[in-house]
Ligand binder design. Structure first.
Ligand code: KIV
Ligand code: ZN
Length: 391
C-alpha cells in the first residue's frame, strides 16, 4: 500500500455514531443531504450506518451508496456473519465500499459483555475479518474499548486481524477514558511492536467523556495514526465523539505537526449549522471553531488588542472555516476603541471629547441592556447629537 505518509484520512461517523444519539435520528433524504455536504467538505470516508440495526438504516446505506461517489462508504457490523451479510448487501451500489467490523478488546468487555475469553474473542475477530474479506477488499477492524484494553492483548489482536486482511485498524477509546499521553503511548506501542503494522492504517476513534477526545486524537496522530474518526459538532454517544472540525483546524494551525487532510475547511460553518438543525442539537455558543461566540470579542482589553491587529486575539481566520466574520460585541465590558469602531462603521466620526461623552452615555445604556446593537447605537447617537453637551 502506498500512502502519503503525512496525509491524515478523515472518517466521518456523524451519520452512524452521531445519529445514535436519542433525538438525532434522521430520515434517509436528510442523511443524503448531509452526506453530499460531507462529500463537498472532502471527507475520505463516510460511515453511512449499521445496516443490520434496522430496515431504515439498511436503506440509508443503500441510498447513500448511490448518492455519493467520491468518499469511501462504510457500514458498521459486529463480528458475526449475519451483520456482515447485511452490510455487504447494503453496500452493493457503493463505488468504494468498506466494512467496519469488530469486537470488544478490554477484559471488561470480554468478561462482562461477551462472557467470553481472550482466546475466543481473538478467534471471532479473525473469523469476522476473513469472512468480510471474501466480499469487500477494504476492511476496517475496531477493537472496542481499546482505551482500557491490556496493551499486549491489543497488539496480538491487531496483528492477527491485519494478517487476516484488515486494511485499517481502529483503536477506539470507546469510553473516553484515556489521558492524551496514555492514548498516544498505546498507538506508539502498536507501531513499535506489531510486526505487520505497516500493512494497515491505524485509526483513532475517541469519545469525549472527560473532554479529551480531541486531545487524544491528536496524541494518536502524533504517534503514527493516520486516520481520525469523528463527527461534525462532536455529536455522539453520551458526551460525544471527537469533533472533526477541531482536529482538522489543529492540523492546519499547527503546521509543525507536518500533517494535512483533504478537508475544505471553508465548508465547516455551514455544515455545522445544517447538522445542528437537522439533528435538533444546538451548538454551544463557546464551541471551538463553529460556536456562535468562536470569533466574538467582548472584553475591552481584547477588543482594543484585536482592533490594533486582529492576530493579537485571532489564531484562526473566521473565513477559513466559513464563519461570517469576527465580531466586536458591545457590552458594558467594552472599551472606547470598540465603541469608536462601531460608530465609525455607522458613519459617526467623533473627536476625542465627543467620544468620551458618547462612551459615558453608552455605559449607562449597556449596564441596563446586555448587548448593544446598531439600532441602539443609532438611537443613542441621535439623542447625543441633539444634546447640547456634545455640540
Ligand atoms: O466507540 C466505539 O468503540 C465505536 C465502535 C463501534 C467503532 O463506535
Ligand atoms: Zn464510537
Amino acid at each position: 500500500m502506498l500512502h502519503d505518509p503525512n496525509k491524515v484520512y478523515v472518517f466521518d461517523t456523524t451519520l452512524r455514531d452521531g445519529e445514535q444519539v436519542p433525538g438525532c435520528q434522521l430520515t434517509t433524504p436528510e442523511k443524503i443531504e448531509i452526506a453530499k455536504e460531507l462529500e463537498s467538505l472532502g471527507v475520505d470516508i463516510i460511515e453511512a450506518g449499521f445496516p443490520i440495526s434496522s430496515p431504515g438504516d439498511f436503506q440509508s446505506v443503500v441510498e447513500l451508496s448511490k448518492a455519493v461517489s467520491q468518499p469511501i462508504i462504510c457500514a458498521l457490523t459486529r463480528a458475526n456473519k449475519g451483520d456482515i451479510d447485511s452490510a455487504v448487501a447494503a453496500l452493493q451500489h457503493a463505488k468504494r465500499p468498506r466494512i467496519h467490523t469488530g469486537i470488544g478488546s478490554s477484559d471488561m468487555h470480554i468478561k462482562h459483555k461477551f462472557n467470553s475469553t481472550r482466546e475466543e474473542i481473538l478467534a471471532r475477530a479473525v473469523d469476522a475479518v476473513k469472512y468480510a474479506k471474501k466480499f469487500v477488499e477494504d476492511i476496517e477492524f475496531y477493537a472496542e474499548d481499546a482505551g482500557r484494553a491490556d496493551i499486549n492483548f491489543l497488539a496480538t489482536m491487531v496483528e492477527a486481524v491485519i494478517a487476516a486482511g484488515a486494511t485499517v485498524v481502529n483503536i477506539p477509546d470507546t469510553n473516553g477514558y484515556c489521558l492524551p499521553d496514555q492514548y498516544g503511548s498505546k498507538i506508539k506501542f502498536l507501531k513499535d511492536h506489531v510486526q505487520n503494522i505497516d500493512q494497515a492504517i491505524i485509526s483513532v476513534h475517541c469519545h469525549n467523556d472527560l473532554g479529551l477526545a480531541t486531545a487524544n486524537s491528536i496524541a494518536g496522530l502524533q504517534n503514527g495514526a493516520r486516520q481520525i474518526e469523528g463527527t461534525i459538532n462532536g455529536i455522539g454517544e453520551r458526551a460525544g465523539n471527537t469533533s472533526i472540525e477541531e482536529v482538522v483546524m489543529i492540523l492546519k494551525t499547527h503546521k509543525e505537526l507536518g500533517l494535512h487532510t483533504n478537508i475544505n475547511t471553508k465548508n465547516f460553518y455551514e455544515l455545522s449549522r445544517m447538522v445542528s438543525s437537522q439533528m435538533r442539537m444546538p451548538v454551544q455558543p463557546n464551541k471551538a471553531i463553529v460556536g456562535s461566540n468562536a470569533f466574538a470579542h467582548s472584553s475591552g482589553i481584547h477588543q482594543d488588542g484585536f482592533l490594533k491587529n486582529r492576530e493579537n486575539y485571532e489564531i484562526i481566520r473566521p473565513e477559513d472555516v466559513g464563519f461570517p466574520d469576527a465580531s466586536i460585541v458591545l457590552t458594558a465590558r467594552s472599551g472606547r476603541h470598540a465603541l469608536k469602531f462601531h460608530l465609525e462603521r455607522l458613519g459617526f466620526a467623533l473627536n476625542k471629547e465627543e467620544l468620551a461623552k458618547a462612551y459615558h452615555r453608552f455605559l449607562t445604556i449597556a449596564d441596563r441592556k446586555l448587548d448593544i446593537n446598531d439600532e441602539d447605537l443609532t438611537a443613542m447617537m441621535s439623542e447625543t447629537l441633539s444634546d447640547k453637551r456634545l455640540a
